[in-house]
Design a protein around this ligand. Structure first.
Ligand code: SOE
Length: 379
């Protein structure tokens, strides 16, 4: 072990914990970095399941007490992969102890929690970052470069949707993502947060105002038993869904663009379609995560042309496979952890910061609150 080895403690080992583990395991095999992670401890609630997770995912040890991770001198990074209701407590304690913190999105369940986290981040000697992984899709990073270079001219429209369908079945159980006390909100915070970040990242414009609408189509669902990825077994008894199933909002952006956004888990047939289109005075671009190695670009005439974002000169791609071989969902997390470690190693502030995460949280809250501005059309 060299001085540049940083011990990692990860809290949570379900879907996000698995994909983060894969990134921690692989990052130094593909990227040259000033610091190297050592996967020291994974933390979860059940002793037996956490021990199994440690073994499968490559963690040297395990614990059921996240506070003990924060106290350890050989743990320098805390990676938070838990539901939103525990983000603030863990992150603030870790930042106060001077640890570096990577936190899953959305940053918190409320603006107040996110503000406290951003304040702790500003005071801490540790670095912190929110895990908005879609910024690290090569095609999305390329889209930002194109907008930055002026290729699109003045950006007038941003159209971003995030479409999934995993809870269309009314018998799908009431998992934590459908409970406000655990998740903060539904499709809005879980996937709407991603399109807010992606739109702001690509355009370099912040959302400065919104008017929104949220809906819960299925108001009661079977209680959830043992969990399994996004799903769980279903019990006979039912409980109330306390979050939105879908959200839509229009926005003004800081550079004068208009934004139209939609996040839903009821887009039957769409699995993970994060789509964004940006229209500028001189050109446009379009991206769909379900074809994540492609970016469509228009120079203003003759429609759109496809760029296959699999060349070594494209963002992140040179570290991987020969041209045309393509990347997947998991690579975005490896890129995220690469960028986090690079920033820590060079003494820079990683991006998106907790302050950026707070801003996203403010947009989410504004969408929920602006439901009140809805006007019915008289019959
Ligand atoms: C479920 O909607 C989910 O796993 C999100 O929580 C993730 O952030 C997204 O990347 C995929 O879908």
């Amino acid at each position: 072990m060299t001085d540049s080895t940083l011990g990692v403690g990860m809290v949570g080992y379900a879907f996000m914990g698995r994909v983060h583990s894969q990134a921690w395991r692989n990052v130094t095999a593909f990227f040259d970095l000033p610091v190297a992670p050592a996967m020291r401890v994974v933390c979860g609630r059940s002793e037996e399941a956490t021990a199994q997770a440690a073994q499968r995912m490559g963690w040297a040890g395990h614990t059921t007490d996240w506070r003990s991770l924060i106290e350890r001198d050989d743990i320098h990074i805390i990676d938070i992969c838990t539901p939103g209701d525990s983000h603030a407590e863990i992150a603030i304690a870790a930042l106060e102890a001077g640890k570096h913190v990577l936190c899953e999105k959305p940053l918190a369940n409320t603006v107040a929690e996110a503000a406290a986290m951003a304040e702790a981040a500003a005071k801490s000697s540790g670095r912190s970052m929110v895990a908005f992984n879609y910024r690290r899709v090569p095609a999305v990073a390329l889209a930002r470069q194109l907008v930055d270079s002026g290729r699109l001219g003045t950006v007038r429209h941003v159209r971003a949707v995030y479409l999934q369908d995993w809870i269309v079945d009314p018998e799908f159980p009431l998992v934590w993502r459908l409970q406000k006390d655990k998740a903060g909100s539904g499709a809005l915070g879980d996937i709407g947060a991603h399109i807010i970040d992606t739109a702001q990242f690509i355009t370099g414009q912040d959302i400065v105002g919104v008017t929104g609408l949220t809906e819960t189509f299925i108001k009661e669902r079977p209680l959830a038993g043992a969990s399994d990825g996004l799903g769980a077994s279903a019990a006979a008894d039912k409980g109330t869904v306390t979050v939105d199933d879908a959200a839509a909002w229009v926005a003004r952006m800081s550079g004068g663009a208009m934004g139209v956004f939609e996040a839903t888990r009821f887009a039957t047939g769409r699995k993970n379609a994060l789509r964004i289109e940006v229209n500028g005075s001189d050109g446009s671009l379009a991206f769909d995560f379900e074809a994540m190695n492609e970016l469509w670009v228009s120079s203003g005439s003759g429609g759109f042309e496809r760029i296959l974002v699999t060349e070594p000169e494209h963002p992140y791609v040179g570290a991987w496979w020969p041209p045309g071989h393509g990347l997947g969902y998991e690579h975005t997390f490896t890129h995220e952890i690469r960028d986090f470690l690079e920033a820590i190693g060079t003494g820079a502030d990683p991006s998106p910061s907790f302050a950026d995460g707070l801003r996203v949280q403010q947009v989410l809250e504004a969408v929920e609150q602006s439901n009140g501005t809805y006007r019915e059309i008289p019959a």
